[in-house]
Design a protein around this ligand. Structure first.
Ligand code: UDP
Length: 333
């Protein structure tokens, strides 16, 4: 039996593939390589290049492989881009998931763990955020992820599909052995941008707004180490395979850091200047997001081990300094 990882050449997906293979699982990867990197594919995974919206392609994978669980990372995930191009997000994320669920039901594959996001909550009424709080996304990206959760819910109702939705806060860091790391084209995420600036690949970091209602005026986010995040996926898959019922969990570190604090900590870890200037707010950004992950700890027995910001930044820095041009195509292309 194999685990199918959709989007297994992306930042988060590739880390999941490595951990699954570490645990002795057979892994099948599907990725269209639009944003993923061939170089991040694990050599022992079976790889199919294609798009999950292509139902014929997806059916052919399910026919060739014996799949007992699916981990679904194949989505576009940039808040800013989603505001400019909402229909792309509905197409990739919502329609892509609809096709996937249809093919899973056809092939009697009933277990799926998938990436959701803290962006489903929007601007929170109180902190830390728990899974029962209101969902009012302030971005198209968050709306599409919330819609994906609803697709799961109604498919479960009709077809006995079991799902775990994992609402990520800000995922950062890299595998400790530094074989794989974070490389988006174009890069929009804060920590890689900070580290590319430390490597002189960029002249400066732009801080998106300094007039938020936070102690230093910059946005506060909850950063979770990618390897801890992936641990939760493996636990969630086992939970489903052992008969656990569908559920939703936050994954964060329960602590918030401002954009300024991120830059200052990175200056200390890298020993570099990292020039920063203040720019305009980015549309769709809530001021503060901090998770309560108590439920994942209690139900999935999730035990995050890499909870210090220093370790997150250090592991990311190890990969970035080994691969200053990322996966080899030149930063920013
Ligand atoms: N951010 C910033 N400058 C950048 C990129 C991001 O100030 O060049 C801020 C952004 O406004 C947010 C935080 O850093 O408050 C994290 O943004 P990122 O895009 O990494 O993740 P998101 O919160 O969108 O998932």
């Amino acid at each position: 039996m194999s685990v199918l990882v959709l989007g297994g050449a992306g930042y988060i997906g590739s880390h999941a593939v490595y951990q699954l293979i570490d645990q002795g699982e057979n892994v099948v990867v599907v990725d269209n390589l639009e944003t993923g990197h061939k170089e991040s594919l694990h050599p022992n995974a079976t790889f199919y290049q294609g798009d999950i919206r292509d139902i014929k392609f997806l059916r052919s994978v399910f026919e060739k492989e014996s799949i007992n669980g699916v981990i679904h990372f194949a989505a576009t995930s940039l808040v800013g881009e989603s505001m400019e191009n909402p229909l792309k997000y509905f197409d990739n994320n919502v329609y892509g998931t609809q096709v996937l669920l249809q093919v899973m039901v056809e092939h009697d594959v009933r277990n799926i763990v998938f990436s959701s996001t803290a962006a489903v909550y929007g601007e929170p009424d109180s902190l830390p955020l728990t899974e029962t709080m209101a969902t009012n996304p302030t971005s198209t990206y968050g709306e599409t992820k919330l819609t994906m959760e609803k697709l799961m819910k109604w498919t479960e109702h009709a077809h006995r599909l079991n799902y775990v939705s994992l609402r990520y806060f800000n995922v950062a860091g890299a595998r400790e052995s530094a074989e794989i790391g974070e490389d988006h084209r174009p890069e929009t995420h804060l920590l890689p941008i900070i580290l590319q600036t430390a490597l002189n690949k960029r002249s400066h970091v732009t801080i998106f707004g300094k007039d938020y209602d936070t102690p230093d005026g910059t946005c506060i986010r909850d950063y979770v180490h990618i390897e801890d995040l992936i641990d939760a996926h493996l636990l969630a898959l086992n939970y489903l395979l052992e008969g656990g019922s569908s559920d939703i969990f936050n994954l964060g570190s329960n602590q918030g850091f401002s954009v300024k604090e991120m830059i200052e900590t990175a200056r200390i870890i890298t020993g570099k200047d990292i020039p920063a200037i203040v720019g305009k707010r980015r549309s769709g950004d809530p001021s503060t997001l901090i998770a309560s992950s108590a439920k994942a700890k209690q139900v999935l027995n999730w035990k995050p081990k890499r909870t210090s910001l220093n370790q997150i930044i250090q592991d990311a820095w190890n990969w970035h300094s080994l691969y200053p041009d990322g996966y080899g195509k030149g930063v920013g292309k």
